[in-house]
Design a protein around this ligand. Sequence first.
Ligand SMILES: NC(=O)c1ccc[n+]([C@@H]2O[C@H](COP(=O)([O-])OP(=O)(O)OC[C@H]3O[C@@H](n4cnc5c(N)ncnc54)[C@H](O)[C@@H]3O)[C@@H](O)[C@H]2O)c1
Length: 297
Amino acid sequence: MLDGRVAVVTGSGRGLGRSYARALAAAGASVVVNDIDADVAEETVASIVGAGGAAVAEVGAVGGAEVADALVERAVGEFGRLDVMVTNAGALRDRTLRNTTDEDFDLVVGSHLRGTFTCGRAAAARFREQGEGGRLILVGSPAGQRASFGQTAYSASKGAIVAMMRTWAVEHAKIGVTVNAIVPTALTRMVATIPGLGELVEKVDRGEPVPADVRRRGLGTPDDVAPMIVYLASAASAEVTGQAIAAGGDRIALWTHPEQVAEQFHEGGWTPEAVAEAFAGPLKGELREYLPARGDG
Ligand SMILES: NC(=O)c1ccc[n+]([C@@H]2O[C@H](COP(=O)([O-])OP(=O)(O)OC[C@H]3O[C@@H](n4cnc5c(N)ncnc54)[C@H](O)[C@@H]3O)[C@@H](O)[C@H]2O)c1
């Protein structure tokens, strides 16, 4: 499906990124594996090469332009071109607002959001140069779509990534570059600290199967999400752009984009009292749910 294609996957030393890199390589793509941790990056490369695929490691912390440029340069230098950029890397510092320090915020936003921005920009510049389209696959989260208690910096980053995706989809429509964001859910170390999930992550790490009811709720292994990445990287998805797409376990789903759902008019303009009346009356039943909903995963 991806013979002759070249992909970069950031943060692909472990977890979902490793599954994406391995699946892209298994589908025929040559892959630049990136991680902040050199050992795990090399492990991913070894597993791809061991399975007969092509991969190299480019170690570095995504965030700044230098690492983004180095990733694109490595793809071009090693494999001659770039077709797919998957911006998967990022760090977590789960804290409620009052406990979030400036350092926490900068680390999370710097890796997830800034890393997506710089890697997306570097890849898009290369796509323009090549003139043959391309694929930007960004990574959101349920935490960016709805409330996520204790994830101030993370939900800010992930919500912004999906917003950026929509803007990039518009900006690149004419040059055949599709831009989508997946909203994955998988049993990795990232979710191991969420109450109730630690045991399941341990099971998966031991190679035990994920129970069918959990898979049905959208939670499985990283390998369950990877086929979505391969599809979005392929020619088959040429018409799909500007989408936020959930994938996990046995489930895929499309997210809506924000829409206005209820409007009211007050001729000549609004007063605070008139707004209060609208909220006590016609808008009362229209207030939106913002809590994480079961099955959003
Ligand atoms: N696991 C889930 O259910 C879930 C849900 C929603 C979103 N996501 C998103 O999917 C992506 C992967 O998550 P995961 O669960 O596999 O996490 P993970 O922690 O298992 O893997 C992330 C990898 O990124 C690397 N990394 C961290 N900061 C980096 C940086 N600045 N530059 C390069 N590499 C860096 C880490 O070393 C690690 O190998 C993340 O963007 C995460 O937010 C995961």
